[in-house]
Design a binder for this molecule. Structure first.
Ligand code: NI
Ligand code: MN
Length: 227
């Protein structure tokens, strides 16, 4: 079982292999997170799917508070190294064994530029596993046939976080198709309701998934779930 805390938008804190993995921290700029103080967040690693502001806004502050190192693509890790923050660079198709488990950096169809205009490399997602569990953090992405490689190359997924807000990423119907591509029935939704253009009908989303036999969890901000 894995503890998953949602900090709004695409930000999750996941306890995995005895470490705290923080994904895509965008908290201080998110109206839905106004009760979360980033200075209270603990992290051993900060994993960034791509360079957009709504994924990296608080990474520098939290890395400096906690001493966490960044795991991302080469370009993003290099940018943080220039700010004095340690990191581990990856690129698509590569995997590496960390002290909490194996991380594979996988494809996403999206774009990626850092907040100051620096090239952010190509966007990605992460599949992460150890001997107890395996999950997929899709990042911002369209539905892509590359998702079909995940069950071929990685252990069976226990759960996946998929964007469902449409406009910038997959919407509900395509995220539902993605569940069959990745062969996973336990989904946590993200990248919805933060801005008016990605608002969804949560009840409709959950019933659409349920009708296909898929569990869609939509935790509240600050809520911890266990999968
Ligand atoms: Ni993005
Ligand atoms: Mn985004």
């Amino acid at each position: 079982m894995t503890n998953i805390t949602y900090f709004g938008h695409a930000c999750f804190l996941i306890e995995f292999g005895g470490k705290k993995l923080l994904f895509d921290p965008f908290i201080s700029g998110n109206e839905r997170c106004k009760d979360i103080d980033i200075n209270t967040i603990e992290a051993d690693y900060i994993l960034l799917t791509h360079g957009h502001q709504d994924h990296v806004l608080d990474a520098e502050a939290i890395a400096k508070n906690t001493g966490a190192s960044i795991i991302s693509n080469f370009e993003i890790v290099s940018w943080y190294e220039g700010k004095g923050i340690n990191g581990h660079p990856m690129n698509h198709g590569g995997k590496f064994d960390f002290d909490f488990g194996t991380v594979k950096y996988v494809s996403a169809i999206h774009s990626s530029v850092l907040p100051d205009g620096t090239y952010g490399g190509n966007p990605g997602g992460f599949v992460i596993w150890n001997d107890k569990s395996c999950f997929y953090m899709a990042g911002d992405t369209a539905l892509t046939y590359d998702m079909k490689l995940i069950p071929l190359l990685c252990p069976k997924l226990n759960w996946a976080a998929l964007p469902i807000g449409d406009n910038f990423t997959m919407g509900i119907e395509e995220a539902l198709m993605a569940t069959s591509f990745i062969d996973c029935k336990n989904i946590v939704g993200c990248h919805y309701d933060t801005f008016p253009i990605i608002e969804i009908d949560q009840n409709m989303a959950q019933s659409a998934f349920k009708s296909e036999g898929i569990d869609l969890q939509l935790p509240g901000v600050g809520e911890t779930i266990n999968i």
